[in-house]
Every structure is written in C-alpha cells, then in structure tokens.
Design a protein. Sequence first.
Length: 416
Amino acid sequence: MSIFQNLISSIKGGALGSRYFRTKDLDNLPQDINEAVESVMSKSGEVSALVYAENLFNLIEGLNDKQFISFFNTLSEKYDIDSDSLSKASIEYSKNKTQENLEKITQSSEPEWVELFRRLNTVPEGTLKLVKLRERIRLLEKESPKLAFFDAALLNLFKHWFNPSFLVLKRIDWSTPASILEKIIAYEAVHEINSWSDLRSRLEPEDRRCFAFFHPLIPNEPLIFVEVALTNSMPKKIDQVIKIDRNVIPENDINTAVFYSISSCQDGLSGISFGNFLIKEVVHKLKRKNEGLERFVTLSPVPGFVKWLKEKSVSENIDEEDLLKQAIIYFLHSDREDGFPNDPVARFHLGNGARLERINLNADISLKGMHQSKGIMVNYLYEVNLLENNHELFFQTKEVQYSQRIKNLSKKLQIQ
C-alpha cells in the first residue's frame, strides 16, 4: 500500500475518519451491488475510491452462494475484454512496433474486472479479503465453471503480491500472541495439535522450533509454517518427536534438525509455493544459530500410499516385508503421465533438492497414519551443498535421488 493509502486507512479507522468521510456524497453509498461496481470503477480520487471499494466488498461478502455466482457472471459479461479494442491494438502494433502500441495491447488483453480486484486490494485488510474471496470462488467453481477465470486472475495477481522477497520469516514460540497460536492449532494439517499442552510441547522446549512466513499486509495471518525438532539422531517414528512427556535434548548433543510438519494456512493462496523457500530460509537460519547442526532431514507422511495400494489391488493383509517392497516401488517407479513421483510429499521435497533417505515402517500408527500410509513415514535428507544440483537433476530427468540404504534394500527385495 502507498503511504497515502496507509494514511487514509488510519484516518478511516478513528473518530476523525468518521467525521471526515461523513460527506453528503459518501453517506449515500449504493446498496445495489452492480451500481456499487460502477462506483468503484468510475471513481478516480483516492479517498472516494477507497470508500466505494470498501462498500462493494461489504456487499460481496453479504451475498449467498447463488447471488455470489450471479454477481460474477454479470461481472464477466459487463467487464470482459473489449475484443474490438484488442484487435485494433494488435493491428496497430503489427504495423508499428512501439512501446506505446505494446502497452495498448497489454491493457486491451486484460478484462476490466482485473482492475476491480486491484482497487479492492486498497481497502483496509483488502489483501486478506481477496484471499478469502478466492477461497470462496474455489469452493463454488464446480457449480459455476466461469468462476475459473476469476480464480486464475486472482492467482496471477497473488503471485506478484506474495513474491517471496516480500515475505517475513518469524519464529513462533510460546510468547507469540494467543491469537496467532490459535491459528497454528487450527491450521496444523499434518499432526493434529490436540491441546494447549500439546502446542506448548512443540514450541517451548529449547530443542523445538516453529517458523512461519507472514506478509506485511497480513501481519496476523500465517501463510505457511514449519515445525522443527532439534535432535541427536534421525527419528524413525513420529512419537519420538511429538510426545509431550519426553526428555529435552541438551544443546551440546544436538546435531540434526528434523522438519516434521509443514502446513499451508490459506486455501485462497493455493497454487503459490511457499514451502521450498520456507525450508531453505529455516535451514540457513538454524545453521547460523546452531553450529553443531550437521544434518537436515524430514520425517514425512506418505499421504497417497494406501490409495495407490488399492489401485494396485494389493491385499489388505500384506506383511511387512511386502509392504516395504511396495513402498519402494511406489517411490521409485512412477505411474503418473508426467513421470514425476507418485507421492505429493515426495514431489515437494525431491523438487526442493532433497534425497529419499529412509523408509520407516510403523512410524505413524495413529488412525490417520494407518488410513493414509499403513503407518509408513519417510526421511528426506537435505544436504545443503547438493540442493541446487539435485533440484535441477530432478526436473531434468524426473529420477528420484535415493540413499545407498534404499539401494541395498531394493537389491535385497529384488526390485527392478
């Protein structure tokens, strides 16, 4: 937001703002949503544009699902691309390739309603409201396929607005405001946090860390966070990490950082990858603070494994050796058309440059763990000096980088 917009927001938020904006013109804000759109699109003054945009946002948020879909259908029809202007601009550019003519093509090729989103973004908490708006659009896309245009447009805007260089990395600890801690509990997507004591055991001990990315315009909403255990070994079971009653590992004994949970917080930002930047930032931060750290690993779930087993018609009563064999096949031999690994978590970590280090049986015997992976979890190893090479190799060849341990197991189990 510009300095002026911040000033206007501050004025609007106080008593002075209430008096300042209580003009005859702004007292009669349109309550018809289509008139409200016209007001936002036609106003050029900063002050009036902000007030009319805020009024429109309030009207949009008050729509039921049927009205919401109808509103965006009308928006699409009335503020679509002007085909005649685009055609004329293209012809002009083909005759005379100037910067001015190129800009005319750029402007003509964008639907007018995209500018509406930009104007809505200027209101107080406008960025967060747009994120929530896209979340609702995504929920209703099946009912109205035309909403996909708005979904894609917002995603494109968000990719600019949420550029990683704008994000702020913050440590989440037991002194973090309760309002944010409550969101950490709510957004945890890998290993449920069942109580405040559970959360405290993940944040307060000296051998535990949690970091989150925030956006300057959404300072109280984490975008993504990662939970880290500082240990003296590579864990095989999740209970070793999240058990509440355990012994804290002395700092001098710590040599391994374990990333055991990464949770995205905003569905409205789906399609924007924050996780790879988060892990790399945290690796460097931890390395600077803890000179004894020699190894960075994960203890990761395998969310697609049981579904894959069912698709392969593998028996429910499979023994552990066969289960391990099937797991290795699942990770190393893709069934996907694009050739990338079957497992979504594997695609994420291997795409970041990590290596498949170890497959652990009976690692997560919770109901969720058994339901999605028959209890299997895996360790991915992040070797800092090999990340870039592994990343490039993975996307060039789609081959999984894996450890000698897994190579030996493959040979033992006669996996081709």
